[in-house]
Design a protein around this ligand. Structure first.
Ligand SMILES: Nc1ncnc2c1ncn2[C@@H]1O[C@H](COP(=O)(O)OP(=O)(O)O)[C@@H](O)[C@H]1O
Ligand SMILES: [Mg+2]
Length: 242
């Protein structure tokens, strides 16, 4: 069934999520167009990772709906959403020590239509080509996080969800991540990026949504949202807590 949602690659409407008596998300709506990069910012505990978990199908919402490429996927499992073009990375690095970069890329593209040529191209694209035979535990933190993105891209996604891709990175590693997002992801996929570093948000995002206490507190272009006194206050309050 086609609907007005079709012009958005990805859209959620009225998402709420309770864990027992605790309301982690409350009536969150958001839509992302093809080629758009959307940042989601907000204090720790705001519900950002919960949002990604609901969109990727780790668990269902208490209320609300999720559409992917015009299809209501609310009740569908994570594997179905992956087949429909959704890929994600995790807030915590999730690689297998002892396995090589190339082996991870094989694992990531298993069952998908990604041949060896495509995997090599992705390693080249992400600057990991020379590290293909290295065991992942011997890589720098930055290379590990970039490998996770290369693995997500191995499924040729329409929508990519990145949960704090620059967390724990050095300034040089963060700059490399900004370059990857700007040069390689921009206009190729639609991406939702949870990010604490305002410099990264400014340099990569088309639109920013601010989550606070499980609700959308502000939304707009980075220049406007990051200048908003309410957002500054919210954000400085949280940054002090890190
Ligand atoms: N599986 C869960 N069970 C219970 N509470 C959870 C669960 N996942 C997240 N929470 C709670 O929901 C709130 C939002 O968490 P999270 O989405 O991880 O925030 P953020 O990513 O914005 O820091 C937190 O208070 C967290 O403790
Ligand atoms: Mg989180």
């Amino acid at each position: 069934m086609r609907s007005p949602e079709d012009r958005y690659v990805f859209r959620v409407e009225g998402i709420s999520k309770s864990f027992g008596a605790f309301h982690a998300l409350n009536d969150v709506s958001l839509e992302v167009s093809a080629g758009e990069i959307r940042a989601i910012i907000g204090p720790n505990g705001a519900g950002k990772t919960t949002f990604i978990n609901i969109v990727s199908g780790v668990f269902g919402p208490t209320r609300g709906r999720v559409w992917l490429d015009g299809e209501d996927v609310t009740g569908r499992p994570a594997q179905h959403r992956a087949r429909r073009g959704l890929a994600r990375t995790f807030q915590i690095t999730s690689l297998f020590p002892g396995m090589t970069v190339a082996e991870h890329m094989h694992l990531a593209s298993r069952g998908m239509d990604a041949d060896g040529t495509r995997r090599s191209a992705l390693l080249h694209l992400t600057g990991l080509e020379a590290l293909a035979d290295r065991e992942v535990n011997t890589l720098s933190h930055g290379d590990q996080r970039i490998l996770e993105i290369a693995m997500a891209l191995a499924t040729d996604p329409k929508v990519l969800l990145l949960d704090e891709p620059t967390a724990g990175m050095s300034i040089a590693e963060t700059d490399r991540m900004i370059g990857l997002i700007q040069d390689r992801l921009r206009r190729q996929v639609c991406a939702v990026i949870i990010e604490h570093d305002m410099n990264v948000v400014n340099q990569t995002a088309d639109q920013v949504t601010v989550l606070a206490a499980g609700a959308v507190a502000a939304s707009g272009i980075p220049g406007d949202v990051l200048r908003d006194p309410f957002v500054k206050e919210l954000y400085l309050g949280s940054a002090a807590g890190h």
